[in-house]
Design a protein around this ligand. Structure first.
Ligand code: EPZ
Length: 418
């Protein structure tokens, strides 16, 4: 089994470039299936496992996928078909549920096994089903397979009971080829929702209001392929920023949109670090031992749940006691037991982790239970004295492009052992 071996205790120094946003890429790729004409060149795609799996799914559905270079592809979905997607494939990530909205819109039918993804508590899809049903589709879940069918999709007003990124995106995909206008209220405001809206608009849909909690989508009779560049991955950037502060380093993180990183930047400053934003880069400099801070995860523009786990690893070595409250996912604290093996003093009570800062961590063998738990252990391993061996790096590979090379470029000592 592959593992990451980190010899920690070295300050990160230098420049690192982040890739395209995973959670945007996995929405834009299924959106490419909506085009019955032309092709889409998608740029700034992160070279990660989730993207590679998605490209294979598009091929399985009959789309032509031409890899132009490691970060760009040309997709022609003119001859795509609504083939079923089996559990063996669908389980590889969460975002396979976007195929339901996309195939339903383009072909009037979809049959996709229930998705997989990180094990972070219950992950219902009731809001997806509610939205697609409101657009006049018939949606059932039978024996773990989502089946959706519609003679035609018809726009309407949909109010989401919970702010869901996935439901917002799935409804946008379906509504972009529906008759009339869909008004989506209490929508997610994440930048990847805006990124998808920009792509859909370039394809010929009319999406207004993405980035606010009311999105209006006027469906088009047909959509055509269009070029698109994925926005930068703010969670990858946040992970390097957090690791820089934890190791007492100084790093410039390139290819970011600083506005998207505001909740991270504000927290790191509160903890005493220096953060300078400039155009498309951010410079982070540690300023002694970080101070404790409280965080509460919330939908955008609140503190992102996906950065909670790496941030907890940093707070674990801060001066004082921090409270980390997870409001988005019911059990996103699986990293805590592993961190405690490295010497942290964290206890979880309900949805809050009480983090008593310790002065240092000690490397040992740990296992990543999910993607961002893996990121938290990498941060801890970089901070710790001695050797940290992290198992379960297939989770990390889902969302971090060439993490070993990028960290080595910052002076870290680590290897991947197969
Ligand atoms: C997306 O998941 C991301 N995944 C997650 O990132 C991220 O943590 C999450 O959004 C929140 O930002 C992808 O984009 C592929 P939600 P998603 O629907 O869309 C509840 C990572 O580390 N809910 O916004 O599945 C749900 O239980 C991953 O990159 C319902 O109740 O999340 C949760 O409490 C992990 N019913 C809340 O809403 C529904 O139908 C937010 O979930 C849907 C969701």
């Amino acid at each position: 089994m592959a593992k990451l071996v980190i010899r920690g205790g070295r300050p990160l120094k230098g420049v690192v470039r982040v890739g395209g946003r995973k959670n945007s890429a996995v929405a834009v790729l299924p959106a490419a299936l909506l085009a019955s004409k032309g092709s889409s060149v998608i740029e700034n795609l992160p070279d990660i496992r989730d993207v590679r799996v998605y490209l294979d799914i598009l091929r399985h559905l009959g789309a032509e996928v031409e890899v132009l270079d490691e970060h760009s592809v040309r997709i022609n979905a003119t001859r795509a078909l609504p083939r079923p997607v089996a559990y063996a494939v669908a389980k590889k990530m969460r975002a396979t549920y976007y195929l339901v909205g996309a195939l339903l819109a383009r072909f009037g039918e979809a049959e996709i096994a229930m998705p997989g993804g990180c094990d972070i508590g219950l992950r219902p899809i009731d809001q997806h089903i509610k939205g697609l049903t409101a657009l006049e589709a018939e949606v059932t879940v039978e024996a773990g397979v989502i089946k959706a069918r519609a003679e035609r999709l018809v726009g309407t007003t949909i109010y989401l009971d919970v702010v869901s990124v996935g439901a917002t995106i799935n409804i946008m995909l379906a509504a972009s080829l529906a008759e009339g206008t869909t008004v989506l209220e209490n929508a997610a405001r994440e930048p990847h929702v805006v990124d998808l809206a920009n792509y859909l608009n370039a394809m010929g849909a009319r999406v207004v209001g993405a980035g606010t909690d009311v999105i209006k989508i006027r469906g088009a009779a047909e959509l055509r392929g269009s070029p698109h560049a994925i926005i930068p991955d703010e969670i990858e950037a946040a992970t390097y920023m957090i690791a820089t502060v934890g190791t007492g380093g100084e790093v410039v993180v390139e290819n970011v949109i600083p506005k998207h990183l505001e909740p991270i930047t504000a927290k790191l400053r509160e903890m005493g670090a220096e953060v300078i934003e400039n155009g498309d880069w951010i410079k982070v400099r540690a300023n002694g031992r970080p101070k404790a801070a409280n965080i509460k995860t919330l939908p955008y523009p609140g503190f992102p749940t996906d950065a909670q786990q790496p941030m907890t690893a940093l707070l674990a070595v801060a001066e004082g006691t921090s409270l980390v409250t997870e409001t988005v996912w019911e059990s996103r604290f699986r990293h805590v037991d592993e961190l405690n093996r490295m010497g942290t003093n964290i206890r979880v009570e309900g949805r809050t982790a009480i983090v008593e800062g310790v002065e240092g961590l000690t490397g040992t063998s740990v296992a990543a239970s999910d993607l961002r738990a893996g990121a938290a252990l990498v941060v801890a391993g970089l901070i710790a004295d001695g050797v940290t061996e992290i198992e379960g790096i297939e989770h990390i590979d889902r969302g971090y492009e060439r993490i070993v090379e990028k960290l080595r470029g910052l002076g870290a000592e680590l290897d991947r052992e197969e």
